[in-house]
Write a protein of this length. Structure first.
Length: 292
C-alpha cells in the first residue's frame, strides 16, 4: 500500500507576541536597507544635479541667486521636497519589496516594513550629507585664492557673499604689487560682515577701512569715504538677502526631510504589501506584455 504524505499546513498568523530567535532586532534585513539607501542617495544626487543645471540650486550664494525673486526661492524649496519624496519613496519601496517576510500578524508586518523604510531614510540622509560635505569641501578649495600667504587670513567664511562689494571697494587703475593685498581684502571682508549686526560697523572700523582703501587705491579721503559707505550699505543688503534665502531653503529642507521619512515609511509598506500579495512590478508587466 502506497503511503502518501500529508501537506504541511501553512503558518497561520498569530495574535500574541511573536518570539524572535536572534533577538529583538533580528528581523531587520540590512541588505535591502543598504540597497534602498544607495538607490535613494543616488537618485537624489542625480535630481539635485539636474536642478543645479537648470538654475534651481538651493545653496548658491552668488549675486544672481541673491537677487532672484522670492518665488524662485520657494520653487527651489518645493523642488527639494519633490526630490525627497521621489528618492526616499523609491528607496523605501525597494527595501520593502526585496526583503523576506515573516509569519506574524498583518499589523506587525506593516510595522516592520515601515521600520525598514525609516532605516533607508536615515542611511540615505547620512550618505547624502557626506556627498554634500565632500562637494562643499571641493568647492571651497577651488574658490580659495591661489596666491598670497597661506593661513586663515587668506579666506573668510561668508566672503563670497560680499565678494563683489570687495571688488568695488579696492578697485583702482594702478594697484600696488605686494603680498599684502590678500590680507587687506580678508580684513576688509571681516569688517564688512559686521554690517549685518545690531550695532553695524563701528566708527573705529569705518575710519580704519577708509584709510585702508585710500592707501591701497590711491584715492583721496572723501572719495574713499564715499566708497566705504557704499560698500557697507551694499554688504548689509546682500547679507540680509542671503539670510532670507537661507531661512526659506532651510525651512524647506527640514520639511523635505520629514516628508521624506514619511514617504520612505509608507513606500516600504507598499512594497511589502506587493511582495506578500505577489504583485508583479509595473516594469515587469510592461515587459511581458510587449508585442514580439
Amino acid at each position: 500500500m502506497e503511503r502518501t504524505l500529508d501537506p504541511v499546513p501553512a503558518a497561520a498568523p498569530v495574535d500574541g507576541p511573536v518570539p524572535t530567535p536572534g533577538g529583538p532586532l533580528s528581523y531587520i534585513h540590512w541588505g535591502p536597507v543598504i540597497a534602498g539607501a544607495v538607490v535613494a542617495a543616488a537618485l537624489a544626487f542625480v535630481l539635485h544635479a539636474f536642478a543645479a543645471a537648470i538654475g534651481l540650486g538651493v545653496s548658491s550664494t552668488a549675486p544672481t541667486w541673491r537677487d532672484a525673486s522670492i518665488p524662485l526661492w520657494v520653487l527651489s524649496g518645493v523642488y527639494l521636497i519633490l526630490v525627497a519624496l521621489v528618492s526616499y519613496g523609491a528607496g523605501g519601496y525597494l527595501a520593502g519589496r526585496v526583503r523576506s517576510s515573516w509569519a506574524t500578524t498583518e499589523d506587525e508586518i506593516e510595522f516592520r516594513d515601515g521600520t525598514h523604510g525609516l532605516l533607508v531614510w536615515a542611511l540615505a540622509t547620512l550618505l547624502t550629507g557626506l556627498l554634500a560635505f565632500g562637494a562643499a569641501q571641493a568647492t571651497t578649495r577651488l574658490a580659495a585664492p591661489s596666491g598670497g600667504p597661506a593661513g586663515p587670513a587668506t579666506s573668510v567664511g561668508g566672503e563670497n557673499i560680499i565678494a563683489y562689494d570687495l571688488d568695488r571697494l579696492f578697485r583702482a587703475e594702478r594697484r600696488p604689487a605686494d603680498a599684502d593685498m590678500t590680507y587687506n581684502r580678508a580684513e576688509a571682508a571681516r569688517i564688512l560682515l559686521t554690517a549685518s549686526g545690531r550695532s553695524g560697523v563701528t566708527g573705529e572700523d569705518r575710519t580704519y577701512l577708509i584709510r585702508l582703501v585710500a592707501s591701497r587705491t590711491g584715492l583721496a579721503a572723501p572719495e574713499a569715504e564715499r566708497r566705504v559707505d557704499t560698500a557697507i550699505a551694499s554688504a548689509r543688503t546682500n547679507i540680509r538677502r542671503a539670510r532670507r534665502a537661507t531661512v526659506i531653503i532651510a525651512f524647506m529642507a527640514g520639511a523635505a526631510a520629514l516628508l521624506g521619512a514619511a514617504a520612505a515609511w509608507f513606500a516600504a509598506g507598499l512594497g511589502g504589501g506587493h511582495r506578500d500579495k505577489a504583485i508583479s512590478p509595473p516594469l515587469r508587466v510592461w515587459w511581458r506584455t510587449r508585442p514580439v
